[in-house]
Design a protein around this ligand. Sequence first.
Ligand code: SAJ
Length: 418
Amino acid sequence: MNPTSPFQTVSLIGLGYIGLPTAAVLASRGVRVIGVDVNTHAVETINSGGVHIVEPDLDALVGDVVRSGLLRATTRPEPSDAFVIAVPTPFRDQHVPDLSYVEAAARSIAPVLQAGNLVILESTSPVGATEQLAQWLAEARPDLTFPQQVGDAAQVHVAYCPERVLPGKVLTELVENDRVVGGLTPTCARRAAELYRVFVKGECLITNARTAEMCKLTENSFRDVNIAFANELSLICDRLGINVWELVRLANHHPRVNILQPGPGVGGHCIAVDPWFIVHSAPEQARMIRTAREVNDGKPHFVAGRIAEAASAHAEPVIACLGLAFKPDIDDLRESPAVEIVHMLAQQKIGRLLVVEPHVEQLPPELASLPNISLVSAQEALAQAQVVAMLVNHRAFYGITKAQLGDKRVIDTRGVWQ
Ligand code: SAJ
């Protein structure tokens, strides 16, 4: 055990891309960790020392802490000193934030809460979600006091601390990154920071819960707006006959200009989602943030149009689509613009689609069910296609030379061959 940790037992509610690595890192610091998830497959896999998600080095760490008895998974919450909630917060139709998983987590831990406990929300959330969480807890436990009722004197403290880790680098960034810790009261924030200091080497910056919620949304919106600027430039350059990659490279020689890279659109479950939480809470004010989302969401349609146009020069077009993941060198296909583009082309029956994705062994179900798509090697795709679409700049594709492309029509959404 860790005698210096102010928390001897910590429960992680939600064992996904954030919850499981956090549980494992905390356990590796000698804290007894109980991982809770409604997914029995995840619980059984973890208890057998394995992992149900792909993240470098996570399997070895989970194996170690499960074998040493410091991490155990279960489907039902148990009494603990602290509860950290890391469940999904998607949006419903019209981009309305869906807090139903947070509510379910709150209602599941309420029966085992005790005076002296700390509850932290880590899920990316709209402003006000932590206050709502505290409200749900208070409704379920009228016998305990909460910060919204008695301030710092509360028996249960509640705070918000967003995760900020980059998929693919989670174990490093969990420890190295600074954390923003927002309490419903100053004592809530101070206690939450004590918990993070058990494993975080970066600074723990203290604020209130609403600012911390907005901070997470701001970080991802900042990136979305900047990528939208690059994507909009790519559309303008296409119209004006200018090479956007050269343009961005030249402009970035200015000491105060740092333009990001255009691409086929913005994917993943964070940057394409979180800005909508801001738009939903302040629709009249969030004009640029909304437009950035629209620009980025429009890019896959533009790319699919360009590919269709190139294919129309052939009677029986064969199109090589290089990459499906939402960004380079990962196997994550969720919310991927490349998948969306291939899907649009297949639905429009543009031609035969030869998909190359070295990080997966089969096509995702939404593509596998459509005719005229097959998953093949880069060699096979390049041998047969008249049109080549570079959708994801995986390292595995860097070896493809301009000579191999010959006189094929190339739609390079990532600037690999520019
Ligand atoms: N992209 C571009 N051009 C660029 C950079 C990215 O088109 O110049 C695209 C990528 O191809 C991808 C999408 O943007 O489709 C998002 O990729 P990303 O690497 O920017 O971000 P994520 O979604 O993997 O992780 C982000 C990170 N947030 C920020 O960098 C502000 C991460 O730190 C967060 O923890 C994560 O979201 C999250 O969970 O919220």
